[in-house]
Design a protein around this ligand. Structure first.
Ligand code: ADE
Ligand code: ZN
Length: 371
């Protein structure tokens, strides 16, 4: 698996991740307790589950795994090309059972990767705009993550995302629909695109109300989008976000990096790779941020839509590309653990798992927590 960077069918990829446990440092990464903070339900439905759902609902497309792979391989480049396939995938879900199945099968994959805690993004507007009620989709997702906690011991919290290309009114409508369920949704995020022309400040009032209603706040700042640095500053200074999703262009701006360090603001990095990419994206940016002391974590974003796949595999690829030691890799994972939005005692319980694991494997802890 060390050099296994060519594209693999999804089922095979999972098998290889399991195989990774018996060789060298891959065994350390594989066994490491993990946290994933940037993961979209709509980009994480495994191909078998997609096929099961589409056939059950007689949708007439994505009826085979091969058809999904072909659509993945042929998507146009860039964020909007990515979103084209992503939207097709998200549209397969029609009812509560579909949302349940997608979430439950994802939780199984998280468990297989030793993920102990995950924040899961979901895009209500992408579904309510197709006539599915908020309650229908939410109850399916929520029931599955509760059952998964019991079945696999993985804790999943939910972040609903504003689709940034839609109107402010539509975002407020989503907040209204979510209100009865707000104690089961941890945060408000923002995703989709295009990002340029739909900056964070567009939704300043929506975020302000979400804050009053008790949500944590985050939002996407995709890499190399025009005005990315300006958007990150808006999110820090105007919106008051609690985390920044992506945001890796901050590595271009020493002053912004210093500001992120001063605020102890964490970025959810996502160094993914598509089949057509020559290498894992953004490794240098993440190393620059890490060297500057910025809290940056590694996340898979949409594991069913990238060759990087699930977290263990992605960490192995990142370690190969960066030359990072196990202690360095643990530091990036520690950043995810310390930016979990849970009360301190609960968060500490998760953090202790990683610390104990690292120390039991003779990892230099001073290097992990260097700041
Ligand atoms: N939806 C899923 N992944 C996304 C990303 N990286 N950017 C914007 N929207 C997304
Ligand atoms: Zn994302």
């Amino acid at each position: 698996m060390r050099n296994g960077t060519s594209w693999l069918p999804l089922a095979l990829l999972v098998t290889c991740v399991a195989d990774a446990s018996d060789v060298g440092s891959d065994a350390y990464l594989s066994g490491m307790p993990k946290v994933e903070l940037h993961l979209h339900l709509e980009g994480s439905i495994d191909a078998d589950t997609v096929v099961e759902i589409t056939n059950r609902n007689e949708l007439g497309y994505f009826t085979t795994v091969e058809e999904i792979e072909e659509s993945l391989a042929n998507r146009p480049p860039g964020l909007m090309g990515f979103l084209e396939h992503h939207m097709k995938l998200q549209n397969v879900m029609q009812n509560r059972q579909d949302f349940y199945d997608a979430t439950f099968s994802l939780a199984r994959n998280l468990h297989d990767n030793n993920i102990v805690y995950a924040d899961l993004f979901f895009d209500p507007q992408a579904h309510t705009s197709r006539g599915i009620s908020f309650e229908e989709l939410f109850e399916g997702i929520d029931a599955a993550r509760r059952d998964a906690e019991e079945a696999f011991g993985v804790t999943i919290n939910l972040i609903m995302c504003i689709n940034r290309e839609r109107s402010v009114e539509s975002a407020f409508e989503m907040l209204d629909q979510a209100y009865p369920f707000r104690d089961r949704i941890i945060g408000l995020g923002m995703d989709s695109g295009p990002e340029y022309g739909n900056p964070p400040v567009k939704f300043a009032e929506v975020y302000a109300r979400a804050r009053e209603e008790g949500y944590f706040l985050t939002g996407h700042h995709d890499v190399d989008v025009r005005d990315s640095l300006k958007h990150i500053r808006q999110s820090l200074e105007i919106i008051g976000m609690d985390r920044i999703d992506h945001g890796l262009n901050a590595s271009d701006d020493p002053e912004l990096m210093a500001e992120l360090v001063r605020r102890d603001m964490c970025l959810t990095g996502s160094p993914v790779k598509r089949t057509t990419d020559p290498a894992l994206q953004d490794v240098d940016r993440i190393v620059t941020l890490d060297n500057a002391g910025v809290c940056v974590s590694l996340n898979t974003d949409d594991p069913e839509e990238f060759e990087t796949g699930y977290l263990t595999n992605m960490l192995v690829m990142f370690q190969d590309a960066s030359g990072y030691s196990d202690a360095d890799m643990t530091r990036l994972m520690w950043n995810a653990f310390r930016s979990i939005w849970l009360p301190e005692p609960e968060k500490k319980r998760f953090m202790t798992q990683l610390r104990d694991y690292a120390i039991a494997h003779d990892v230099d802890w001073d290097n992990v927590v260097r700041r």
